[in-house]
Design a protein around this ligand. Sequence first.
Ligand code: SF4
Length: 270
Amino acid sequence: MPAGTRKNTGPARIRESKTTKRERALEILRRLEGEYPNAKCALNHRNAFELLTATILSAQCTDERVNQVTPALFARYPTPYDLAAARQEELEEIIRSTGFYRNKAKSLLGMAQALVERHGGEVPADMDALVKLPGVGRKTANVVLGNAFGKSEGVVVDTHVKRLAGRMGLTTETDPEKIERDLMELLPQDRWLAVEHLLIWHGRKVCDARRPRCEACVVASLCPTGTGRLEGAAGGTRTVGQPASSTGGDARATERAASPAGAARKGAKR
Ligand code: SF4
């Protein structure tokens, strides 16, 4: 089966030391930063309140769709005080296309009322206070803390981060909170915001859920899923990380032997 067509979404298991895995994870981030130097939160916002609102709307919805809805929403309710006083039916109508609009409208109203009643109309820059707001879980709180306040208290694990961290062998977990814990252990705190943005961007552009384009991936030589797929597509003779159009392989073979992934891949299994 050609590379890029096989469905392969489960976490990859590889044997490697913690040190090797850390080095590999950091090199993956370095390469992805080279690819996506402008990776950032895709939800349009001008302040913490707008980001909190947009993030609540993004549940089970694409960021693009949310970005289509929020200009009218923010114009109608520019502050928590305005949103707290909104009529639920009117709010539902504005956000209807994001799906689950009744529950989301309730969450937005509850969130805005709590901001007004408990926080003087300000979004708190604090995990404990954020997760007490209606409609706000740890994931939403992490998005707001990281992107609006520059505070990394965790790693946002969305569908892309979950899929890519598994494929890259950075975690064997499938529960988002356990994946977050693994990534936090693996990476220094000042990389937590970067890892979520970079994995999300790479997931959208290259490591598609159904058709990962391993042959075009800059981290293929560091990814057990990618190396397995590329070798399988080449009948087991292809060198890890070798571009699809190339027939030479000595330099790549040397790189593989010297790289954390090369060592790790020996024990790689699905
Ligand atoms: S090599 Fe790249 S595209 Fe393929 S599974 Fe790994 S991260 Fe995804």
